[in-house]
Design a binder for this molecule. Structure first.
Ligand code: UDP
Length: 266
C-alpha cells in the first residue's frame, strides 16, 4: 500500500464500500470491498473480486447515465477498486424501482416472483440499519424533512429516466432489469444545492435476470445461496463489454492500439 493511500483519512466504512477523503476539497474516494452482506447485515461473507467488478460496472453505468443528462456524483475511476466522486450529502432515502415482482414485494403482498408489473413502481425506504430500512411514503419524507418537495420531485423524475434508460440498455444484452435501488445526494454549490445520483449501481443493488432463462445475475445468488456470485457479476460485465475478454482482440482494435501507444509515450 502506497504512502499516500495509507495516510488518507477514512471518512466512513459501510457494508460494501469505504469512503476516503479525496485529493481536493469536495471530493471523496469510494473504495469497493469484496464484502457482501444481506438481510440487514445478518448474513456476511466475502466474494473475491466482487469489488473490482462493481467498481467497473458502476463506473460504466454512471458514465452512460451522465451522457444522457443525469447528474451524478461520479468524476472518474482511479484504479481497480476506487473511484473519485463529488462529495454530496446523501439523502437518508433508498429509492427502489420495480419493473417485475420479486423479493420483498412478492413476499409482502403474496405475489408470484417474475410477474411483469403493468406499471413501474417506485418505493422509498428510510436508510436506517438499526430499524432495518423501513418502507416509507412521500408523506414521511416531507413530514420529517428528509428531502424537500422539490428534491423529491427531482428524485422521482430522475428515477424514471434512469429506469427507462437502464431497462433498454439491459434488454439489449438479454437481461431483464427486475428491480434496483438508487441513492441520491445533495450537491452544494455555494448556497444552492441540487439532487444528483450517488452511491453505486451494480449487481449488489439490482435484480438482473437473463431474459431467456431467468437465471439470476445479481446478489440474490448470495442471498439465496445459489453460488457463482462472481461468475454472475462477471457475466454482466462481459455482456456490457467492459471486460478485456469480451471477444474483441484488443491489439487489433486500431483506436485502442493508438490510445495505448499514446499513453505509453506519456
Ligand atoms: N436493495 C438494495 N439494498 C437494500 C434493499 C434492497 O440494494 O438495502 C435492492 C435489492 O438488491 C433489489 C431491490 O433493491 O434489487 C429491491 O429489494 P427488495 O425490496 O425486494 O428487498 P430484498 O428482497 O433485497 O430484501
Amino acid at each position: 500500500m502506497g504512502y499516500a493511500m495509507s495516510r488518507r483519512r477514512q471518512i466512513y466504512e459501510g457494508k460494501a464500500k469505504i469512503l476516503y477523503e479525496g485529493p481536493e476539497p469536495g471530493t471523496i474516494i469510494q473504495y469497493f470491498k469484496d464484502d457482501a452482506t444481506a438481510f440487514n447485515g445478518e448474513k456476511r461473507s466475502t466474494i473475491s473480486g466482487k469489488g473490482v467488478l462493481n467498481n467497473r460496472i458502476s463506473e460504466h453505468l454512471f458514465l452512460l447515465l451522465g451522457r444522457i443528462g443525469i447528474p451524478t456524483h461520479f468524476i472518474k475511476r482511479l484504479n481497480m477498486r476506487e473511484q473519485l466522486v463529488r462529495e454530496v450529502e446523501i439523502l437518508p432515502i433508498e429509492v427502489v424501482i420495480r419493473n417485475v415482482v420479486a423479493g420483498s414485494l412478492a413476499k409482502r403482498l403474496g405475489l408470484e416472483e417474475g410477474t411483469a408489473l403493468n406499471r413501474t413502481i417506485i418505493e422509498f425506504y428510510y436508510k436506517n440499519d438499526k430499524l432495518g430500512d423501513p418502507m416509507i411514503t412521500a408523506e414521511h419524507i416531507a413530514a420529517f424533512g428528509w428531502a424537500t418537495e422539490d428534491e423529491l420531485h427531482d428524485i422521482e423524475e430522475l428515477s424514471v429516466r434512469i429506469n427507462d434508460f437502464l431497462q433498454g440498455l439491459f434488454a439489449g444484452i438479454n437481461i431483464r432489469l427486475v428491480d434496483f435501488k438508487l441513492e441520491f445526494g445533495r450537491l452544494w454549490d455555494g448556497e444552492f444545492s441540487r439532487v444528483v445520483l450517488a452511491d453505486e449501481i451494480s449487481p449488489d443493488g439490482c435484480r438482473l435476470w437473463d431474459s431467456d432463462t431467468n437465471e439470476k445475475l445479481d446478489k440474490d445468488r448470495f442471498r439465496r445461496d445459489l453460488g457463482g456470485e462472481v461468475e454472475a457479476y462477471q457475466e454482466v460485465a462481459r455482456r456490457l463489454r467492459i471486460l478485456p475478454e469480451d471477444g474483441t482482440p484488443q491489439v487489433l482494435n486500431l483506436e485502442t492500439h493508438r490510445k495505448a501507444k499514446a499513453k505509453s509515450k506519456e
